[in-house]
Design a binder for this molecule. Structure first.
Ligand SMILES: [Ca+2]
Ligand SMILES: [Ca+2]
Ligand SMILES: [Ca+2]
Ligand SMILES: [Ca+2]
Length: 513
């Protein structure tokens, strides 16, 4: 369900005369977590009511996170900072893909297609489409037909936007011929944003960034997975400037039930930034339902590039300058001063516990309170250089763990093991997320395969020199080809959906009838 949330006047009247930003949101609640996602690069926050938006367990009324965002910045060749930022009140991100000219964001076609810029879709809908697209009387669901696979190049948009299976290799999304969206998880919500359509309310200079964020969840019998929301983001530099020392990250305002009695910490070995309760009772506070006794812990795992930093949000929440945010994203305080650990060594990981007797806020004798922090992620880019027409990918997971011990750190110990098992689960998916891709390469399936659905034989084009394997949906290996092939014989296997994964890390689905 999508609703208009509110109308926010922008703080600046710049290039355009007074403009207004409407924030839409949707909710992903396909497993034990219920998460609000907004169409401006902020999430887990009800932007209109200014209330928490990450409820876990679902329908409990208990929330673990008040606010989170994705943001980033880097310096150009003249050492000038360019950044796309957001806070509790405003955002430098605008709905829809990058278009070359600022006027192009105002065209009626662009506005009608991208004013919400949130697409929710379930994997079962996609599987059903793969199985039945050619049946008489089949009507393509709007979640399939509206998938933003192609942009309007005449309007300066990239031809390829969201990933899809391009069965005929013409770069055009044609669901009427059986082509389908490529997502992750059992349910996903995609949001496409740019930082270019209007003046930045943060005051930062525009990058020319296009940010695709896919929020996804699995329903699972494994509580570690069922309590997790994944965030897959791809960052495209569609501008003309090379950015150096690019620092992507998140402002996170964990509020674990009662926001006034929390502690935060970092487990760098698990790429985990987290919060836990400062005592063994999370009482209600100002309308927030507390988690009660044995309170849980919640955290964020950087799955593919690693956690670069986790530091407190110093300097206030809505009054920071872009360069102050950049310092925080670099793992320093807002003035650019480094943090020091218990051995007086510079650290970017605040309160790195490494076990119950480690360095933490409790052993330091610090009071618990309302934790707000900034998490920095590595980009995986060579020397942090973010060149025009390239992209990088950042995969995150929001993890949650109960506490069954009478120990303050019981939830933290459990959360670290949950983070590690979510990492293992992620690794087995084999996503091609580490590489830097040109914009044109995107995540298209480069191998063509037909017919799909099939009754037996499938012809492959482009897989002559690629190894590949076919698996059933429960992961069982059906067929493996080590030296490439131009066809597969599936006549002996049962009807159903199969995935085929090629050595270039693309995965597509086959339906056997
Ligand atoms: Ca096509
Ligand atoms: Ca609390
Ligand atoms: Ca308490
Ligand atoms: Ca907080």
């Amino acid at each position: 369900m999508k609703r208009i949330l509110l109308i926010l006047p922008l703080l600046f009247a710049g290039l355009h005369s007074f403009s207004q930003q409407t924030v839409f949101f949707d909710n992903i609640s396909f497993n034990n977590a219920s998460a609000v996602v907004n169409n401006n690069g902020t999430f887990f926050n009800d932007y209109g009511d200014q209330t928490s938006g990450y409820e876990i367990p679902k329908n409990s009324g208990k929330n673990a996170i008040y606010f989170m965002n994705l943001m980033g910045g880097g310096t150009d060749v003249n050492n000038q900072l360019k950044a796309a930022l957001s806070d509790y009140a405003s955002s430098d991100f605008f709905p829809g893909p990058y278009a070359t000219d600022v006027q192009n964001y105002q065209t009626p076609a662009y506005v009608s297609r991208f004013s919400e810029s949130l697409w929710a879709i379930e994997q079962t809908t996609i599987n059903d489409h793969i199985a039945h697209w050619n049946d008489s009387g089949y009507v393509i669901p709007t979640a399939i037909s509206n998938w933003p696979a192609n942009g309007n190049t005449a309007n300066g948009e990239s031809q390829i936007l969201a990933p899809f299976s391009d069965l005929d290799g013409d770069h055009l999304y044609e669901p009427e011929t059986g082509e389908y969206p490529i997502i992750r998880g059992d349910k996903a919500i995609l949001c496409i944003l740019n930082d270019h359509a209007d003046v930045h309310s943060s005051g930062a200079e525009t990058i020319g960034l296009e940010l695709h964020i896919l929020f996804y969840q699995y329903t699972s019998a494994d509580p570690a997975i069922d309590n997790t929301t994944f965030i897959h983001s791809r960052w495209y530099n569609r501008g003309t400037q090379t950015l150096y020392n690019f620092k992507p990250g998140s402002t996170v305002d964990f509020d674990l039930g009662n926001p006034q009695d929390d502690y935060y910490g970092t487990a760098p070995q698990s790429n985990l930034a987290y919060v836990y309760n400062g005592d063994m009772n999370d009482e209600p506070f100002a309308g927030q339902i507390g988690y009660g006794e044995y309170p849980p812990a919640v955290g964020i795992v950087a799955l593919n590039t690693g956690l670069a930093s986790h530091v407190p949000l110093t300097g206030g929440q809505n009054s920071l300058t872009p360069s102050q945010y950049y310092h925080l994203l670099s793992g320093k305080d807002n003035f650019g001063t480094p943090f020091y650990d218990e051995n007086n060594q510079i650290t970017t990981y605040m309160y790195n516990e490494e076990g119950v007797n480690g360095w933490n806020q409790y052993t330091e004798g610090l009071p618990s309170g309302d934790v707000r922090s900034v998490v920095g992620f590595n980009t995986g880019l060579n020397d942090g250089i973010f060149r025009p027409n390239t992209s990088f990918c950042l995969d995150l997971a929001v993890v949650y763990a109960n506490n069954s011990t009478n120990d303050l750190f019981g939830s933290v110990t459990h959360l670290i093991s949950v983070a590690d098992s979510v990492q293992t689960f992620y690794n087995t998916q084999g996503y091609a997320c580490l590489s830097t891709l040109s914009v044109e390469q995107n995540e298209l399936v480069s191998v063509q395969l037909f017919p799909n659905p099939t009754t037996g034989f499938i012809t492959l084009k482009g897989a002559e020199n690629m190894s590949f394997e076919v698996r059933s949906t429960d992961g069982k290996l059906i067929h493996r080809e080590l030296n490439g092939a131009s066809f597969i014989d599936l006549s002996a296997v049962q009807a159903g959906i199969y995935t085929i994964t090629f050595s270039n890390n693309t995965t597509t689905m086959i339906c056997k009838q």
